[in-house]
Design a protein around this ligand. Structure first.
Ligand code: ATR
Length: 273
């Protein structure tokens, strides 16, 4: 073990609100890893210089958040398949001259649904609302679970159709507009940014049945408007706090080769919201 702890951090702008340092500090304590994890504010036009500065200081890796996930994708010298598919990078690993780019958001979502909520996606009908960066980042890991089908619905249907063209070889995936959806789905995932402005994506109540899970990738102290709507129509609901913790666990695993337990970290974060 080196005398000084190995350094990691999360790069964003703004960054003061990030919960990642708390999450990784708890993972490190729990797994007895000799490391520290810091918040790093990078100027919006100087992401690459900031990363090279971290490498110069001996950092081993970093998480990447808004607005730098596309810059990180461009900067990486090699990309995992899931980062290529996502078109965005949320995890960097520094290895000599190499900058490895990964994306753990999708697997974080799938772990939260399949393991934590206990709802298998295999053979299920899955509806993904939205076709922006957040949606694109989760498609490959969802299809890897072999759902019966994945429907991507977006206000601008052409963007959903572009994603379908990109992922058609990976599973049964189709595009739709919101208005054409009237049958129930087993899992409905809100990947639109509508919840940020307390808006509801214009999805019909019939997509929710008594056995449906409505998952919002956003989280907050109160249920989002999407969760409230789904709940009124009989679905069970879950917000994206578990996805946040699970994507962190996957990054931690990539860096340290140890998988931390997530339940206590999730409970602590929930109690502090
Ligand atoms: P992100 O990185 O969060 O995905 P984005 O790439 O800007 O952000 O994508 C935002 C997504 O939310 C898009 O799918 C957008 O729909 P359009 O492509 O039609 O713009 C969707 N979105 C945002 N506000 C919405 C709203 N009020 N109702 C429905 N969809 C909304």
């Amino acid at each position: 073990m080196s005398l000084s702890p190995e350094r990691y951090g999360v790069i964003g702008n703004p960054i003061a609100h990030s919960k990642s340092p708390d999450i990784h500090a708890e993972f490190a304590r729990q797994t007895a890893q000799h490391m520290v994890y810091e918040r790093i504010l990078a100027p919006v036009n100087a992401f690459a210089a900031s990363v090279h500065g971290l490498i110069g200081q001996g950092f081993k890796g970093a998480n990447v958040t808004v607005p730098f996930k596309l810059d990180a994708h461009a900067l990486a010298t090699s990309l995992t398949e899931r980062a290529q598919a996502a078109g965005a990078v949320n995890t960097l690993k520094f290895d000599g001259d190499r900058i490895i780019g990964d994306n753990t958001d999708g697997v974080g979502l799938v772990t939260d649904i399949v393991v934590n909520a206990g709802i298998a996606l295999r053979g299920r009908r899955v509806l993904l609302l939205g076709a922006g960066g957040a949606a694109r980042g989760v498609i490959l890991p969802i299809l890897a679970e072999s759902p019966e089908r994945l429907v991507i619905a977006n206000r601008t249907v052409s963007k959903a159709e572009e994603l379908v063209a990109q992922f058609a070889a990976k599973g049964r995936v189709s595009a739709s507009n919101f208005g054409a959806l009237h049958e129930p789905f087993d899992v409905v995932i809100n990947a639109t940014s509508a919840s940020l402005s307390a808006d509801l994506p214009p999805v019909a109540a019939e997509v929710f049945g008594a056995d449906s899970l409505a998952y919002d990738m956003m989280y907050g102290k109160e249920p989002t408007v999407f969760m409230q709507f789904a709940s009124r129509h009989g679905a069970s609901t879950r917000d994206g706090l578990g996805m946040l913790v699970e994507q962190a666990a996957e990054s931690f695993m990539l860096w340290r080769g140890v998988r931390p337990a997530t339940a206590s970290v999730f409970a602590a974060l929930r109690s502090r919201l």
